[in-house]
Unconditional design. Structure first.
Length: 764
């Protein structure tokens, strides 16, 4: 009802139901009628879907006059207390549709990590010509919610290290890392590979690094996505297809609508949008799009700052360091069609700085360009790069070139790497549908010898020109493929051509035939062992001037992947044994398992043993005698689901939930506990003093816990939390009461029946 304000100058306050273009908004809004004008607060109008410019002048009280909004008219139905607004599309805020009902998650995300350690190993032992040897790679890490300390090593024993009886151990990388999931920033102290852009060269350092890391948000789309907008004259259904696959469908009211981000596959494609009204009338519009994952969405930025001595001869020396160096890189999406990038790096004797960008040319593709300048010992040098690419469903094409003069220097060249004078690459591919797919590539490299010689480094210049082509076609379940290359560098060119046929059979088996232009041939038969309990094998034979035969048997157990094989090459027979797995310590227990590449979870159902565990609805094993099972292949920073099979839980056990979901930290472990509570229950049959069953509708109260339970047919009552000695007070529907005393002995895995028990009436 209209309300008159105490101050006549304030106007009349109205609470009205709002209709826009004849459609109810299902909202009641507050308006002010003053001197023939209808006014409202800007936020009130925006909540109704009316576009109100931020720069619009406000009247006293911070109100907006509806008559001051162009393209909008209104009228009031006094009897129905309704406000009817007619507005053009440009005056209405578009209805924002989220594909699949998704929404942008801007809150803090909970990432879990226990405290413990993991040792991954891959050990190979061999025996040939009376000599034994072995190699092993070890990945050791200690994890906690405060970060990860890790170290990787290679080891050689006996003949594998270059001489019988000698041992060699080589350190690869050792570092402490901390991932801040809320700022998407990763901190590293120790060994790392520098972050850069396409026209810079990464190097290995041992020092400190701070960089942005979007892998901590797998749900975040970092590149510009195509958007769709339109309008509907009447209530309609909007359906969007990307390359023939439905990605969005939703009901919209009359007026404009917008789908800001469509989940599409990167590269070129087409989007079709259909608007269907209630009468079945449909309008369809198709438009092309191009999504480039190398670009950044507007306002999104990445960066890295890193410094430390350069690691040299990595993989062959544990502690060989070059000069101290520093590098920084920054990228930012300025618009949907332009991403800028810059980089600077320096080391004693040289400094480099450069910049560039990526430009999306409509729906055609992406062009990238960059220029960098360096100064070394007073000599200036330059490097320039240019490239373009288009990735399509049927046809793809791309090329890039990087050229530098003789004086150009970067951190890599000052630490033993060659100077790349020219790097040229080009590729093309064509999908001919049922006729297969064909591709070709060309790569050319001119590299001068490094200006700085290091011990163990390769000082020779490199010049190569390689052209390669491939073709493949699939028919029935078989695949036919052919590859070839030709190296034009040097005084004489070299070429090679291969053709192969891959034939799968049964579920996991395949046989591969390969023939080469040099007259050699290969036959390989294999069956992988992807799951626990699977057996696998591999047999290989090749021959030209010499013969090479190899056979191997694999078994994937709950505690690792084990293999044994025999290799015979050029008359030398080698016996080979391999073990691949991990040991993890968490929650004061040690767990052997298969290799933990990322994160793992320990499912805890203690004290219940032998409970089946499901990962993403897939059976991954049973808990051991202690009620625990390690699941080694969790996806870090993503939502993982684990569950237990409820039918494996004994009837005398109460469990609050049988599934759980979590996001683990990378390279860490999480303990997922399913709280187990023994009910200590029994089905008690109650009768009165005459031996007649207590009537239905009575209630029984357990004195120890004051828990009240109903009495059912035949005087049966299900009572939990029983003790060795118990007392029940029974209240009948007629108001009479009685008591019963009884003893209870739990039966593991069962709910016993007790009775009939005579209930002694309580005299008033």
């Amino acid at each position: 009802m209209p309300q008159t304000a105490p101050n006549a100058g304030a106007g009349e306050t109205l609470l009205l139901e709002v209709l826009i273009n004849g459609q109810s908004t299902d909202k009641i809004a507050e308006f002010t009628r003053r001197q023939g004008q209808l006014l409202a607060r800007p936020e009130e109008l925006r909540d109704l879907g009316i576009l109100v410019p931020e720069t619009l002048a406000l009247q006293p009280g911070g109100l907006v006059a509806l008559s001051g909004l162009s393209g909008l008219t209104w009228s009031i139905d006094e009897n129905r207390q309704e406000l009817n607004i007619t507005a053009v599309n440009s005056r209405l805020m578009p209805t924002v549709l989220r594909p699949g009902g998704s929404s942008v998650n801007k809150g803090r995300r909970k990432i879990e990590s226990g405290t413990g350690a993991t040792l991954n190993y891959d050990a190979v032992g061999s025996f040939a010509s009376g000599q034994a040897g072995g190699t092993a790679s070890v990945d050791f890490r200690v994890f906690s919610p405060w970060g990860i300390v890790s170290s990787d090593w290679l080891g050689y024993v006996g003949a594998a290290s270059g001489g019988a009886g000698s041992n060699t151990a080589i350190r690869l990388d050792s570092a402490y890392t901390f991932a801040d999931v809320n700022s998407l920033r990763r901190y590293t102290l120790g060994d790392f590979i520098t972050s850069g852009v396409a026209w810079t060269r990464p190097v290995r350092m041992e020092g400190a690094q701070i960089r942005s890391d979007f892998s901590m948000r797998p749900d975040l789309i970092t590149f510009p996505m195509p958007s769709i907008s339109g309008s509907a004259a009447v209530p309609s259904t909007v359906t969007v297809l990307a390359d023939g696959n439905q990605v969005a469908s939703s009901q919209v009211n009359p007026g404009p609508f917008e789908i800001p981000q469509l989940p599409v596959v990167s590269g070129a494609g087409t989007i079709s949008i259909s608007v269907t009204n209630a009468l079945g009338q449909q309008q369809t519009i198709t438009q092309p799009f191009y999504a480039a994952p190398t670009m950044l969405a507007p306002g999104l930025e990445t960066y890295a700052v890193q410094a430390g001595p350069v690691r040299r001869n990595w993989g062959t020396a544990s502690y060989d360091y070059g000069k101290i160096a520093g590098a920084t890189v920054y990228r930012r999406g300025l618009t949907r069609n332009f991403t800028m990038e810059g980089s600077a790096e320096g080391t004693p004797g040289a400094f480099m700085v450069g910049g560039g960008g990526l430009v999306q040319i409509g729906n055609l593709g992406v062009i990238n360009f960059a220029a960098a300048g360096s100064n070394s010992s007073g000599q200036a040098g330059g490097q320039y790069s240019l490239g373009a690419q288009r990735i399509g469903r049927k046809f793809s094409l791309g090329a890039s070139v990087i050229v530098a003069d003789r004086n150009y220097r970067d951190v890599a060249s000052m630490n033993g790497s060659g100077i790349e004078r020219k790097q040229l690459s080009a590729f093309t591919s064509l999908n001919i549908k049922r006729s297969g797919s064909v591709g070709a590539a060309y790569a050319e490299l001119d590299q001068d010898a490094p200006p700085v010689q290091i011990s163990g480094g390769i000082a020779a210049a490199e010049h190569s020109k390689v052209f390669s082509a491939n073709y493949s076609i699939q028919f029935h379940h078989m695949s036919l493929y052919a590859t070839g290359f030709n190296n034009f560098a040097g005084t004489g060119s070299t070429s090679q051509f291969q053709i192969g046929l891959l034939i799968p059979f049964h579920k996991r088996n395949s046989i591969n035939f390969i023939g080469a232009s040099d007259g050699s041939g290969q036959v390989q038969v294999q069956q992988p062992a992807p799951l626990v309990g699977d057996w696998g094998y591999q047999a290989y034979f090749s021959g030209d001037s010499t013969f090479h035969e190899f056979g191997q048997l694999q078994y994937k157990s709950p505690v690792g992947l084990f293999a044994a094989g025999v290799d015979r090459n050029a008359g030398v027979t080698t016996t080979r044994l391999e073990a691949n797995g991990a040991f993890s310590s968490v929650d004061r227990s040690l767990f052997p398992s298969n290799y933990v590449y990322d994160s793992f979870a320990v499912v805890d159902t203690a004290p219940l043993p032998h409970i089946r565990v499901l990962q993403e609805n897939r059976d991954v094993g049973r808990t051991d005698s202690s009620g625990r099972l390690l699941v080694p292949d969790m996806r870090s920073f993503e939502l993982n689901h684990v569950a237990i099979v409820a039918t494996d839980v004994p009837p005398d056990v109460t469990i609050s939930n049988v599934s759980d979901e979590f996001r683990p930290q990378d390279r860490s472990g999480v303990v997922v506990r399913f709280p187990i509570k023994f009910s200590y229950a029994a089905l008690v049959q109650l009768v009165d003093e005459a031996g007649v069953a207590i009537p239905i509708g009575s209630t029984a109260t357990l004195r120890a816990t004051d828990a009240v339970v109903p009495v059912g047919y035949d005087g049966d009552a299900y009572v939990e939390d029983l003790r060795l000695h118990n007392e029940l007070t029974v209240k009948r529907p007629d108001g009479r009461s009685c008591t019963v005393l009884f003893d209870y002995r739990p039966i593991p895995g069962d709910i016993p029946s007790i009775g009939p028990l005579r209930c002694v009436e309580i005299k008033p």
